[in-house]
Design a protein around this ligand. Structure first.
Ligand code: FMN
Length: 440
């Protein structure tokens, strides 16, 4: 069978990736606290046969709470518990910090969610960054080596706890009165420099055995961690070449750890404003994010090495500015920004293209998103994408009804789920407990 891409959907604060999505005419401004809204968005993604939902998590303070909602979800595990009960196929991946959680808590919550979702759970194991996050736990951010040292121990301990209830231990035989085989539910008594747990964990296997590990991050330590344990990487890349290099680095790290590199899938981020045409999409984005443009204009100037006047957003760059503009080597988005600038758009329209966003942004008809995805996928730069729509309420449907059928018609995306578990959706091998290839 030909290789097909895997697609996930970002599920964040209930509104979408535009800072003003909460003010869109069709959006209930209280969606931030609505579990019904999150369930509705998850069901829309499942209708499109997407393989997973990805929930990032900080949690950090919001810089501009006066104007913008928090980036994060009220609580990723409670949200996915609600979603698990109202969906049946889509994978559910939540971020959980290895720095600010005890392994036993992580093991328990993620495996309970895996039971509840019938084997659809993934754990995005990240080390967390930022002193503002650390401060919420009354801590300073540990050094990278301490964070990743704790991360290695934590992932291994969590997986050991998951495996501590033997696969066939639960007999629940009413006739004999035997509930479980006690000799198969045993303490792990593991500890290292940073964390320890006795166990066992009191949770039997799920339909996929245990949750799947994900990772997000691009530092050498992050690549090493993902290479050992992860089945998927939630990535960020602005060009095909960058994605290709990142994917290759993760695959090499998996090989170094004694694994088959195909076990580790790399997903690049993609932000979407699917609209009838470019103009309609730009106007939709301007209406909901223009407040940020004066500040962003200054940064755009920095990216291009020219001074831009935030008071004159409705003008394109002058011929003199265009002649002087050079992409900044310090920002990988600069070359694309320069390309858009040279097309002659006003500064406001250039910013509305999302040239300073966290991921490549598609503004326009569905076919443009499909073309982008096909190009990256066929260049072996990605195994798939995680998509972040501008406004969840209509943006997920626009992706599902516009982009998905094009990819299906091109043979690039499945028409239906083959399996039920996240492991099946990813083609990830069976695993119960730790992976002996990487823990010895
Ligand atoms: C696409 C992407 C998504 C990420 N999502 C999260 C997240 O949800 N929560 C979090 O604490 N960190 C997240 N991170 C940050 C990384 O986990 C990591 O802390 C950061 O890249 C710093 O890397 P380093 O500590 O290895 O230097 C994400 C990173 C990337 C590239």
């Amino acid at each position: 069978m030909t290789r097909q891409m895997i697609i996930g959907m970002h599920l964040g604060n209930g509104y979408g990736n535009l800072p003003g999505a909460w003010r869109a005419s069709s959006v209930d401004p209280t969606s931030y606290t609505s579990f019904d809204a999150k369930v509705r968005h998850a069901q829309a993604a499942e209708r499109g046969k997407l393989q997973f939902l990805f929930l990032p998590d900080g949690p950090t303070h919001v810089a501009d709470i006066a104007n913008e909602p928090p980036n994060f979800n009220l609580d990723v595990m409670l949200t996915l518990a609600a979603v698990a009960r109202e969906t049946s196929r889509i994978g559910l991946i939540a971020t959980g910090s290895t720095t600010f959680n005890e392994p036993f808590n992580l093991a328990r919550q993620f495996k309970a969610l895996d039971i509840m979702s019938h084997g659809r759970t993934g754990w995005n194991a990240v080390t967390s960054s930022g002193e503002d996050v650390a401060a919420n736990y009354g801590r300073r951010l540990p050094s990278s080596s301490d964070r990743y040292g704790r991360a290695h121990e934590t992932v291994q301990l969590v997986q050991a706890l998951w495996g501590s209830w033997g696969k066939d231990a639960w007999v629940h035989d009413k006739a004999t009165g035997r509930f479980a085989n006690a000799e198969q539910v045993v303490p792990i008594n593991m500890g290292g420099e940073f964390v320890a747990a006795r166990g066992p964990l009191h949770i039997p296997p799920s339909e996929q055995g245990q949750p799947v590990i994900f990772h997000a991050g691009g530092s050498p330590n992050a690549i090493e961690l993902a290479g050992r344990y992860a089945s998927g990487v939630i990535g960020a890349a602005f060009t095909i070449d960058d994605a290709h290099a990142q994917r290759a680095a993760f695959r090499t790290a998996a090989e170094r750890a004694g694994r088959d590199p195909d076990e580790l899938k790399f997903f690049a981020g993609l932000m979407t404003t699917i609209a009838y045409d470019r103009r309609e999409g730009l106007d939709r984005r301007i209406a909901l994010s223009e407040r940020t443009f004066p500040q962003r204009a200054a940064y755009l100037g920095h990216m291009l090495g020219v001074r831009l006047n935030p008071a004159r957003l409705d003008e394109p760059l002058s011929p003199d500015q265009l002649a002087k503009a050079r992409p900044s080597p310090g920002d990988p988005r600069s070359a694309h920004a320069l390309k858009v600038v040279r097309e002659g758009w006003t500064i406001r329209d250039v910013l509305a293209h999302g040239v300073i966003d966290y991921h490549p942004v598609i503004v326009g008809p569905a076919i443009e998103a499909a073309d982008h995805m096909q190009e990256w996928f066929e260049a072996d730069a990605v195994d798939g994408f995680w998509v972040s729509p501008d406004i969840y309420d209509d943006g997920i449907n626009a992706f599902v009804d516009g982009v998905v059928p094009i990819l299906q018609d091109r043979g690039l995306f499945h028409r239906d789920y083959n399996g039920v578990t996240l492991r099946e959706h990813l083609g990830a091998p069976a695993q119960y407990g730790t992976d002996p290839r990487v823990t010895q």
